[in-house]
Write a protein that binds this ligand. Structure first.
Ligand code: SAM
Length: 321
């Protein structure tokens, strides 16, 4: 079992399989980076899998595939199948923008994927286009319908931004409610890569917009999720993620692996250690030691919310958000 210095059991890994993305969202990657990580520096799926086997043997029960845009990486369903075949009871999920989902949702499900988190920031084609800098909405929504049809569980993430999509909070909530999908509003996290003019909505602003139409009760946190949940009178649950708080750190059970093999103990923390050289030369024991070290050094709380640390230097497309 992987236990950190604050007695938290780490049983969840988020794996970013690529930093590349087919969207240029204003809050994440508005411009193509100066250079991508060279292909030879990326871990192959076999190398990632060798590492994940160690992690699963050590008690990891949940794996989320993310990116960049994970569906850009060829043979993703084979990677999912490798993990599923090794531990069929592992909770296998993916975060995606859903642009490439149509036509492959069934294959992903057959490979062993159970759940999807899809980013939908607007239901207006021109607003979605402004955010992603590409005409994406119709294709994304078709992908979502297909995922629901094949029986994948879907949650939706939305980043509400003032003057951009802040008038669509209720519309997106109702779109999700009608389809039995939970929506989570993620407070915009400032970072050096984003469009600097963005101003995100804070949770109190989101709640007061929702309160104009619905009454709801505070449900608090659910298990290990950083999402604070609320329930409408009709029983529909929605969540808000407030990254600048640290009240979810006590329950944190996760670490992150980047496509290059950096193991990151906390999204809001710059330290990382690499497993790349170990897995590339087949030294699985060496990789296992790095895993233990990273878990041991997991910080008690995220570093945001302090006076100097409000803007992250890290790109969310590298860490998987
Ligand atoms: N391409 C996939 C997607 O669009 O969901 C996965 C990667 S994306 C980095 C993962 C999540 O991070 C998305 O839900 C996105 O909304 C969120 N995200 C990225 N940058 C963010 C920011 N600056 N503030 C809040 N959430 C952010």
């Amino acid at each position: 079992m992987l236990v950190d210095s604050y007695d938290r059991v780490v049983d969840y890994i988020r794996v970013s399989v690529t930093e590349r993305c087919n969207f240029r969202c204003n809050y994440c990657m508005p411009e193509k980076p100066f250079s991508w990580v060279p292909k030879e520096n990326l871990l192959s799926f076999e190398e990632m899998f060798e590492f994940l086997k160690v992690a699963m043997d050590e008690g990891v029960k949940k794996i989320r595939i993310t990116g960049g845009e994970p569906l850009l990486r060829a043979d993703l369903n084979q990677f999912i199948k490798m993990i599923y075949d090794y531990k069929p009871d592992v909770d296998l999920a993916m975060t995606t923008n859903a642009y490439l989902l149509k036509g492959c949702a069934q294959k992903l499900k057959d490979a062993g994927l159970q759940r999807l988190n899809v980013s939908i920031d607007s239901l207006k084609p021109e607003v979605a286009q402004k955010i992603a800098q590409k005409d994406v909405l119709a294709t994304v929504l078709e992908g979502v319908e297909e995922a629901l049809r094949v029986g994948l569980k879907v949650k939706v993430n939305m980043v509400p931004m003032k003057g951009i999509n802040s008038d669509e909070i209720i519309d997106l909530l109702e779109y999700c409610k009608e389809r039995g999908m939970t929506i989570r509003f993620i407070e915009y996290m400032e970072n050096r890569h984003a469009d600097e003019k963005i101003e995100g909505l804070k949770s109190d602003e989101l709640l007061s917009i929702i309160a104009q139409k619905y009454s709801f009760k505070d449900e608090g946190f659910d298990g290990h999720s950083p999402s604070h949940y609320y329930i409408l009178e009709n029983g529909y649950e929605f969540g808000i993620i407030e990254p600048y708080e640290d009240d979810f750190c006590k329950q944190c059970n996760r670490i992150r692996l980047t496509a290059e093999g950096h193991l990151i103990p906390c999204l809001y923390f710059d330290e990382a250690m690499s497993i790349a050289e170990f897995v590339k030369r087949g030294d699985i024991k060496g990789a296992a030691l790095v895993l233990k070290e990273v878990v041991k050094n997991k910080p008690e709380k995220n570093r945001w919310g302090g006076e100097d640390d409000e803007v992250s230097t890290r790109a969310f497309y590298e860490t998987g958000g």
